[in-house]
Design a protein around this ligand. Structure first.
Ligand code: MSP
Length: 519
């Protein structure tokens, strides 16, 4: 197995401002990318914006701004959010870039050359909000008597000349592919939905439009632009330098290890995309993971309800790492989740301030006060000492397994099991009593604890990069000794190492605001 990892977010439509849903998808990828880098992998982490299609063109028109100017502006908001959330992406792609036009046209030519695309006429339903075609029997009627897509999006009747991709011919090959790659679609329930959808038979897919111009021109037939999803999906290989496939990043990083998506866009990624790729003679990705959706205090999040959660406001209120932790800890990844102020505060005060923060603060303060601010000597270890250290040493395996399955909540739960065990150990050993009775034993206890915290702080880096770094600073762990390879005993804290004056890392939320750090 090569130590390389390629993870992608969906590229976001630039029709609107970024909200919690976008922040969530990218956050999950960021935690994975950081984890893999710390684990010694060469990582490529891609995000970006999806800028073509009717939806974006209509939003620009509604804003009364030139489409290109509009996409520049909104795309910039997504880049700003990515920086603000401390995402560690290696590339930010925009589908209006030249490299992407070239790559989309190249995949089109491959599909033409392989006889996968033919010209006909599309007559059917289209939902601009979903940028998706629907058959009549997929639609329902809403309270006002309008036909709507399964997502609730309005549909319109479209009749125009169109190129088609021979998707119907891919049913059996897709089913074989899912069969041979049981973890291609996760979670399992989503996989079952896709398999049953494909088993039911597929229609050929319209892959070009002629009634508007905001898109990638179809090579050789400039009356058509490419269907926005064919253009958008291709971003994942554009960023690797496609159409160059023999050398460069495509040769190194493709097939992608993971396309992270929301459940609403799974079909595009797990059905159309592998079919396009195989049709073009290219390998499909290794995995598509579909995560769930957030609601806000029990309500569906929507612009019309006015309950959009702005990630910037959330972070201003609770703190960046607090929000990152909450989003990845609160719900089993893959399930839907409900955002409530109370749940956010409970996690922030309970697990971060009381459990983790307090552990660090009490241990470091005792070292500062009783050991002259230096890592104490370690004497002979008792069974309790060894028990705690062993659970800390075993963490990387447990967190690694969870990350491999995109089970962030389980990874964090494994870390917190050790946080709780360490707090129980502090209470049981009562080092403040030992200070007078048996200072040497106190030194051993604090040393075991400091070493445990070193493990915890190294392992929480992917989730809470800033706070973990501050904890590692307080343990005087050098920057080049924070990777997982340094978890071993060779890098254990050395007796006599001088530690900085400890300060609290995880503030509490009290009386409507973040409390002073330090307790
Ligand atoms: N442009 C397409 C993706 C093309 S990928 C080749 C698109 N963009 S989007 O901006 O509409 O949505 C991006 C992501 O945000 C999706 O993964 C979607 O699931 C996610 N979310 C949007 N609202 C959400 C919530 N309320 N909760 C969680 N995620 C949600 O689709």
């Amino acid at each position: 197995m090569s130590k390389r990892y390629y993870v992608t977010t969906p590229i976001y439509y630039v029709n609107d401002d970024p909200h919690i849903g976008h922040a969530y998808t990218t956050l999950a990828c960021d935690a994975l990318a950081r984890f893999k880098r710390l684990d010694g992998f060469e990582v490529k982490f891609l995000t970006g914006t999806d800028e073509h299609g009717q939806k974006v063109a209509k939003s620009a028109a509604a804003a009364g701004i030139d489409t290109r100017e509009f996409t520049d502006k909104v795309s910039r908001n997504f880049r700003d959010l990515a920086d603000f959330m401390n995402y560690s992406h290696d590339d930010f792609i925009r589908t209006t870039e030249e490299r992407h036009i070239r790559s989309s046209q190249a995949i089109w030519r491959r599909l033409i050359d392989n006889g996968e695309i033919y010209l006909d006429t599309y007559a059917g339903w289209y939902a601009v909000r979903d940028e998706a075609f629907y058959t009549g029997d997929e639609l329902t009627t809403d309270a006002d008597g309008n036909k709507v897509a399964p997502s609730g999006a309005e549909v319109e009747w479209v009749e125009e000349p169109s190129y088609f991709f021979r998707l119907s011919a891919w049913r059996d090959r897709l089913l074989e592919f899912y069969d041979a790659n049981p973890d291609f679609i996760l979670p399992k329930t989503r996989r079952n939905e896709v398999v049953s959808f494909v088993s039911g038979g597929l229609h050929d897919l319209s892959v070009s439009r002629t009634t508007f111009k905001w898109g990638v021109p179809v090579p050789g037939d400039e009356d058509h632009i490419m269907y926005v999803w064919l253009d958008a999906l291709t971003n994942y290989i554009t960023a690797l330098g496609f159409p160059e496939t023999e050398t460069g990043e495509y040769a190194t990083f493709w097939p992608a290890d993971l396309h992270m998506v929301g459940k609403d866009i799974l079909r595009f990624h797990a059905v159309y995309w592998p079919a396009f790729l195989m049709g073009a003679g290219l390998e499909p990705p290794r995995r598509v993971f579909a995560h769930g959706w957030w609601t806000n205090e029990g309500q569906k999040i929507s612009k019309s309800l006015g309950n959009i959660i702005d990630p910037v406001k959330l972070v201003d209120k609770y703190g960046l790492d607090q929000v990152r932790y909450f989003l990845l800890r609160e719900v089993p990844f893959g399930n839907d989740g409900d955002f409530t102020h109370q749940a956010m505060v409970n996690r922030m005060n309970g697990e971060l301030a009381n459990d983790y923060g307090n552990l660090g603060q009490r241990v470091l303060s005792m070292i500062n006060k009783n050991c002259g601010g230096r890592v104490p000597e370690r004497g002979a270890l008792t069974g309790d000492d060894e028990g705690l250290l062993e659970s800390a040493h075993g963490l990387i395996g447990r967190v690694g397994d969870a990350m491999e399955a995109q089970a962030f909540h389980e990874g964090l739960e494994a870390v917190w099991a050790v946080v709780r065990a360490a707090n129980a150990y502090v209470d049981g050993q009562a080092p403040w009593k030992l200070a007078k009775e048996d200072p040497a034993r106190m030194g051993t206890v604090l040393c075991v604890l400091a070493e445990t915290i070193r493990h915890l702080a190294i392992l929480t880096q992917p989730f809470m990069p800033d706070s973990s770094a501050r904890l590692l600073d307080q343990l005087a762990v050098p920057e080049d000794a924070r990777a997982f390879a340094c978890l071993g005993p060779d890098h254990a804290l050395k007796a006599g190492t001088e530690l900085p004056i400890p300060e609290g890392v995880f503030p509490r939320y009290e009386n409507g605001e973040k409390a002073e750090e330090g307790d």
